[in-house]
Design a protein around this ligand. Structure first.
Ligand SMILES: [Zn+2]
Length: 235
């Protein structure tokens, strides 16, 4: 059931109430907003006093959720994409032959017979990003592996939803192609992080000391990467 509660601050809080067989009040922030699971016998006034006590936490969580709601990419002309942290415009046109993707600063040009087929456009753009990512990441790995005095076996691209990079005991490094959308210093951080795993295969203090030796500001970069994540996953 849908409810509205006016908080002491004057703000109105909307929530869904679900009465359950349980002893405590549970709060959940979902894509549709706040859901409260309450014991069957708790009175409405008692419940509201509990909500008021948790109002700060609830409002903070709801605000964070709103901030992460970024509209999905539309694979059509003039759409804004990201490349190395900068916005670039997708220029989409018709051509009776499928043309190679052309890039000039700020503009990614695509011409193809089915330019209004969003799936086909997406496939072509992603293919281009992957190709660029391979070249870009290889160059960064080269620079930082020399700096750290380590060698890696191979680089490949990953498509994982949950992680930006990985490294195994065979010294194979995988980096998520979506990182190419992030600012260069963030890509450098992920590269350094994975290279450091060639020396320390864990996240111990020793490991972070290795990271710091080639990337001193890693804590800030780690935070920034988290902030960028929702945007990088749009593609
Ligand atoms: Zn790691």
């Amino acid at each position: 059931m849908s409810h509205i509660l006016t908080l002491p601050s004057g703000d109105q809080l909307h929530y869904q109430l679900e009465r359950r067989q349980r002893r405590t009040v549970g709060l959940k922030i979902t894509a549709t907003g706040l859901i409260i699971h309450a014991p069957k016998r708790i009175s409405q006034s008692h419940l509201e006093s509990i909500i008021v006590l948790k109002a700060d936490w609830i409002c903070k969580k709801l605000a964070a959720r709103t901030a992460n709601l970024i509209p999905a990419l539309q694979w059509q002309d003039s759409e804004q994409l990201l490349l190395l942290g900068n916005p670039i415009t997708l220029a989409l046109g018709y051509d009776n032959r499928s043309r190679a993707v052309e890039y000039e600063p700020g503009l990614l040009q695509l011409a193809m017979p089915n330019h209004d087929d969003q799936v086909a456009v997406e496939r072509k753009v992603v293919q281009w990003y992957k190709k660029q990512a391979m070249t870009d990441f290889a160059r960064r790995l080269e620079i930082f592996s020399t700096k750290l005095g380590v060698s890696f076996a191979s680089l490949s691209l990953s498509n994982a939803r949950s992680r930006w990079g990985s490294c195994n005991s065979r010294k194979e490094i995988r980096l998520n192609w979506r990182l190419l959308q992030a600012p260069p210093h963030i890509i450098n951080y992920v590269v350094c992080h994975e290279l450091a795993h060639l020396i320390e295969m864990n996240h111990s203090a020793k490991f972070w000391a290795v990271v710091a030796s080639i990337y001193p500001d890693y804590k800030l970069a780690e935070k920034e990467l988290k902030t960028w994540s929702p945007k990088l996953h749009l593609m």
